[in-house]
Ligand binder design. Structure first.
Ligand code: SME
Length: 160
């Protein structure tokens, strides 16, 4: 599915009044995984408001992961949380600070989700294809991270 069509569907999903924020995010993960080739695992991590500097797994589509909690600084997700930068990793096997979700994964994309100037969560994608995430994917996924900010903040329990 093209980026433009996906954007329209995601915008609509975020506006469905009968869905909770978490349910909308779940459907967005499933939509991205089902409609884009190579998006093998798509999920949101939330910043845990009870624990300092820790991410907790939120809605996701794909194989369950053992990395339900990730401290800031650990793995690609933890580095994105610490630096507030987008990470596009073409070859995860070349990374020393990487947490393997499943052995088939070759490339990864992580974008911080910011709301009201605060980090509230992250959007994380894994692919079994090496270097799957192009500049066009990054543009789409950074857009997803930004439009989902309100829903992530709400689902993670932030009052913004
Ligand atoms: N690979 C991530 C861990 C999360 S799983 O991919 C779902 C990392 O290195 O932070």
């Amino acid at each position: 599915m093209t980026a433009d069509l996906l954007k329209r569907e995601i915008t609509e999903l975020l506006e469905v009044a009968t869905l909770t924020a978490e349910e909308s995010l779940q459907k967005i993960c499933e939509l991205l995984r089902d409609r884009r080739k190579g998006y093998d695992w798509v999920g949101f991590y939330f910043v845990d408001r009870q624990k300092e500097r820790e991410l907790v797994l939120g809605p996701f589509a794909g194989q369950p992961t053992e990395h339900v909690r990730i401290g800031f600084g650990r793995g690609i997700c933890g580095q994105a949380a610490e630096t507030l930068k987008v990470f596009v990793v073409d070859d995860v096997s070349a990374e020393s600070n990487y947490l393997s979700c499943s052995p088939g994964v070759r490339s990864e994309f992580v974008a911080p989700v910011m709301a009201g100037g605060l980090l509230v969560g992250e959007l994380d994608l894994d692919s079994c294809e090496p270097a799957l995430f192009t500049r066009e994917d990054s543009r789409l996924l950074e857009w997803v991270a930004s439009v989902c900010a309100g829903a992530v903040a709400e689902a993670a329990g932030f009052e913004i």
